[in-house]
Design a protein around this ligand. Structure first.
Ligand code: NDP
Ligand code: AKG
Ligand code: MG
Length: 739
């Protein structure tokens, strides 16, 4: 039998650190089943380096790991374990460039104002790295995310803390009623394959071609516009209201994934909130290169070049704003980091569930939790949060001990819907009309637009929709659970989708299944009514709801989305196993650097790798792989039962310790199983040694904690240095080497 390969991604921050400790364990066990785990670097730093490799000396060049894996997704053999990675905001991109330059990489700066061809080339290269640049490339399949029974069972036995909800809470989500994407959406399904043109018609009648777009037959094409004037008026109105009602104000966007539109929206929030500062210093800010889309942090950063007295004057002007505006929610009140400092600090899919979990409160300047107005401008999806908040006000907080679960089947393949719209998103330069013409020159859709509006088009191909419907039916059958397609009658796009869903459902045997179509508010209410009765409901949704709901419900049910099983069956037959639905947890790296304790929980990795082994086992008839998978799942269950997940406190068991326990339990399960004697014999000695030396190993792992750890890099980590930090138990390392 030839060797089979699992491609394991090297990403960023906490998951990358955890990989140094965990991958050697997976690798050692896997080789007994003729499986190799290959590490592929898709970290932010490596993506920057590989984009400029032609300009760097040979010893600094890097392979384009993302391109490699992207190509691999077309193969039925693809088996990829994908850990969360940084979706870089511009401040993060600038930080990685700065770090790499300090490490000796002669990289160009990010050209904020690209004029020359050379600058435009640099900008184009960096734009490919910016924002959510990894997931859309690799996600060549739809998504199937759920909490496995063992994880749900653990949460029920060990419920995480939940803030109490009061009926008197004034917290709420607020959104535009007019002038947003939701109110302007238009949608068509292509009757034939063709290339359409996106055009801008100026007031003088002249036409500018913005983009030609080849479309497939059956593809859904949407277009929509958000009015800059209405958006700004909305921000101002919410600020006035919050001030009057004495409630804290916050904005929640997804500037990482929606890398073109949301930084602009964020910039408007910044310039409206601090309008007095921008009115007074706007010209100066332009000169020194302040970009409000990068947040208030950009102001503090750029004014450093000014004389001290001027800096102090501007800082005072910023402070003065706080007297006229409502209180602004904080990201880190100790450090004075506000909700408007950095566009990637508050990411709606995680920030709203965190607020809802915590009694609907956010942190204030005084370091205490307060009720807050959560501003989520576009009403398309914002409404689900208001519905959830209302539900909590009426029914109290959810109870992790008794609540059911809401797994998700998400339409995601081939850059479906808004998450693929970046190259078709335009900030409008002057008043006119945006329109889309079909191949015959007929106008398919058009919008009157004003300067500053954000107009975009979104594509959803037919094959992913068929696959998504099938996946929804399959999940409903396998889990014997009602499945709700979240489709909004008021939405043009959803109406096109509804037609397809009702047609494609007929291709499947749905007898005995409870499959329904509901609007978002109905669907979330229905799911919540069931969840508090301990009942489960599958959500079958589009791409953004997939993203939002697979943080919302897991954070309420399990405390974090990192504990989810997240499978992407690729359209071409391969598989990607994502670890959790959460992110890279920068705070965890900070803690490791300060006190050598990594609280990252690799449960998502354990679950993903088990499915990855299982899949190889089935595809290649590799019995040992199947046994490895089964025993890994059992070991994970035991790890949960015996409470060997990482603690948050230095000196206690951390990420590395939980990996040790996984290895011990896994080897014990393998030694004890009777299906394959060879495997049992192979792992028995390891199981014995690890059990005998448990105390020594745990002590060695604890001994290093409490003092700073040196990683020699934040973005571009030195793997050798990290390995020293992450594998500090000589006894454990030696035992593993005997395999
Ligand atoms: N799939 C992907 O590749 C994704 C990537 N991201 C990226 O991640 C970064 C951070 O995003 P953010 O919105 O803060 O979301 P995160 O999911 O990273 O963090 C929210 C909080 O959840 C907890 N958490 C998350 N994962 C784990 C884990 N494995 N073990 C223990 N606790 C965990 C942590 O809480 P505590 O601090 O209390 O321990 C963390 O601070 C960004 O760069 C973003 O672009 C975000 C989402 C998905
Ligand atoms: O790719 C990203 O930026 C985030 C993805 C995400 O949040 C998700 O898929 O749940
Ligand atoms: Mg998400």
């Amino acid at each position: 039998m030839s060797k089979q390969t699992i491609y394991y991604t090297l990403t960023d921050e906490a998951p990358a650190l955890a990989t140094s400790s965990l991958l050697p364990i997976f690798g050692a066990f896997a080789k007994e089943a003729d499986i190799e785990l290959k590490l592929t670097d898709i970290s932010l730093a490596s993506r920057v380096i590989s984009s400029f490799s032609d300009l760097l000396p040979a010893n600094q060049q890097a392979e384009d790991g993302l391109k490699f894996l992207g190509d691999l997704t077309a193969s039925p053999e693809a088996n990829i374990v994908k850990l969360p990675n940084i979706s870089a905001s511009l401040p993060q991109l600038n930080a990685v460039i700065k770090e790499l330059k300090a490490q000796g990489y002669d990289l160009p700066d990010y050209p904020e104002n690209a004029q020359t061809d050379a600058e435009k080339d640099i900008l184009a290269r960096y734009s490919k790295v910016l924002g959510s640049a990894v997931n859309p490339v690799l996600r060549q399949g739809n998504s199937d995310r759920r909490a496995p029974a063992a994880v749900k069972g653990f949460a029920r036995k060990n419920p995480h803390s939940m803030g109490k909800w009061k009926k008197t809470s004034v917290s709420h989500a607020d959104y535009m009623r007019d002038g947003d994407f939701y109110s302007s959406e238009q949608s068509v399904t292509m009757g034939a394959a063709q290339t359409v043109n996106i055009e801008f018609v100026k007031k003088d009648g002249s036409v500018e071609l913005k983009k030609s777009l080849p479309l497939l037959k059956g593809e859904i094409l949407d277009s929509m516009n958000i009015s800059c004037a209405k958006l700004r008026a909305f921000f101002e109105a919410t600020l006035q209201e919050a001030k009057e009602d004495n409630i804290m104000w916050s904005v929640h966007l997804k500037a990482t994934m929606m890398k073109v539109s949301h930084p602009i929206v964020f910039g408007h929030a910044v310039t409206v909130f601090y309008k007095d500062v921008f009115a007074k210093y706007g010209e100066l800010f332009k000169e020194i290169g302040v970009n409000p889309n990068n947040g208030l942090g950009s102001v503090y950063d750029k004014i450093k070049t000014l004389p001290e007295a001027k800096q102090a004057e501007i800082k005072q002007a910023i402070e003065d704003v706080y007297n006229t505006r409502p209180e602004l929610a904080m990201v880190d009140s100790d450090k004075g980091i506000t909700n408007l400092h950095v566009p990637s600090d508050v990411i709606v899919d995680a920030s709203m569930p965190a607020m809802i979990r915590g009694s609907g409160k956010m942190w204030g300047r005084d370091g205490k939790a307060h009720d807050a107005k959560a501003v989520i401008p576009d009403s398309t999806y914002a409404r689900i949060y208001q519905e959830t908040i209302n539900f909590c006000k009426t029914n109290g907080a959810f109870d992790p001990v008794t609540m059911g679960t809401v797994p998700n089947v998400g339409l995601m393949a081939q850059k479906a819907e808004e998450y693929g719209s970046h190259d078709k998103t335009f900030e409008i330069a002057e008043a006119g009309t945006m329109r889309i013409l079909d191949a015959q020159g007929n106008v398919l859709m058009q919008h009157a637009v004003e300067k500053g509006d954000i107009w975009r088009a979104c594509q959803t191909k037919d094959a992913p929709i068929r696959d998504w419907v099938k996946l929804g039916v399959t999940r409903a059958r396998q889990s014997d659970t009602p499945a709700i397609f979240w489709l909004e009658e008021e939405r043009a796009h959803d109406n096109e989708l509804r037609k397809k869903v009702t047609t494609y459902l007929k291709d499947h045997d749905t007898s005995g299944l409870d499959i329904r179509l509901m609007t978002y508010n109905e669907a979330i209410r229905f799911s919540m009514e069931r969840i508090i009765r301990g009942e489960d409901t599958i959500s079958v949704t589009g791409n953004i709801l997939r993203d939002y709901l697979t943080d919302l419900f897991p954070i309420l049910e399990l405390g974090t989305s990192a504990k989810m099983l997240s499978i992407v069956p690729m359209l071409e037959g391969g598989g990607m196993y994502e670890t959790g639905a959460g992110g890279s947890a920068p705070k965890h790296v900070q803690q490791l650097m300060e006190e050598n304790h990594l609280r990252w929980d690799s449960l998502g990795e354990f679950l993903a790798v088990a499915v990855s082994f299982e899949e190889l086992g089935i595809k290649h008839n590799n019995e040992k792989a199947k046994i490895l998978a089964k025993c890994l799942d059992k070991a994970t269950g035991k790890l949960l039962d015996t409470n060997k997940s990482p603690s948050r406190k230095a000196g206690e068991l951390d990420n590395r310790g939980s990996h040790f326990y996984l290895a011990m339990y896994w080897s014990q399960e393998l030694a004890a199983q009777t299906e394959n004697a060879e495997l049992a014999a192979k792992f028995a000695p390891l199981a014995k040694v690890l059990a005998a030396k448990e105390d020594t190993i745990v002590a060695e792992l604890a001994a290093v904690q409490g003092k700073p750890a040196n990683l020699s890099g934040y973005y571009n980590i030195d793997l050798d240095a990290v390995e020293k930090v992450m594998r500090p138990s000589a006894t454990f390392n030696q035992a593993l080497a005997t395999l």
